[in-house]
Design a protein around this ligand. Sequence first.
Ligand SMILES: [Zn+2]
Length: 274
Amino acid sequence: MPELPEVETIRRELEPVLLGRKIVHAEIGDPRLTRPIAPGELAVALTRQEIASLDRRGKYLLFCFESDKTLAVHLRMTGSFSYRLGGDITIAHERARLELDDGRDLVYRDVRRFGTWRLLETGELESYLAARVGPEPLAPEFTPELLRGRLAGRRTALKAALLDQRTLAGLGNIYVDETLWRAKLHPARPAGSLGKPALVRLHDGIREALEIGIARQGATLRDYALPNGEAGSMQSEFRVYGREGEPCERCGTRIAKTRIAGRGTWFCPRCQRR
Ligand SMILES: [Zn+2]
């Protein structure tokens, strides 16, 4: 499932392709993608929109139009974009296609069909996002103090708190595990129990894990690929995720796997003591 670094990688690659382009025709074939409105209705609304910028908030990709409307796309499990010269060939699991005024098509495919496209009117964007995502961990406003406020008083497991998009935007299963290893924190520790040194480690761990993820253009495990079809390489940087039984690179202890918040969770039992 694409997390912040994967979505940011997609954004960086698509932005130069899409900036200033006008959508001349839209084909949307999946009602699950556009509900509560019908696919045909969204396709009509997108036609003739000109792309002013491509932004990101958490795991949302935001197509901001000259008209001040915004298309908020969430890729969920398996959504992905690719662009290509226009043509009649549909690709496997294609759900939507935006034909651009430079002759290229932006194609959206989604095997599991959990992704969502939502067109927001002027002024709707802020409240839409505010209800769904917390602060951006890579923004300058994100400090250990802000993090303290997000976790204060919470008895839930640290991992569960960080997976909750309203705590912080953009972290998922991979980057939470990688973050907690960097911060030397046990994933089941109560989220509100962190003292100042632990909060600083957690803050720095979040930033590091995400920044390496972006630098490596995301992690390609199964479905994720860049819009140009290339794979990311973050998977070769994993310190704990998916590495059960392998030695911790810091202390040599075997990485353990458990289940927290219903998710497979990897950690070093020695570096990340409870
Ligand atoms: Zn260790």
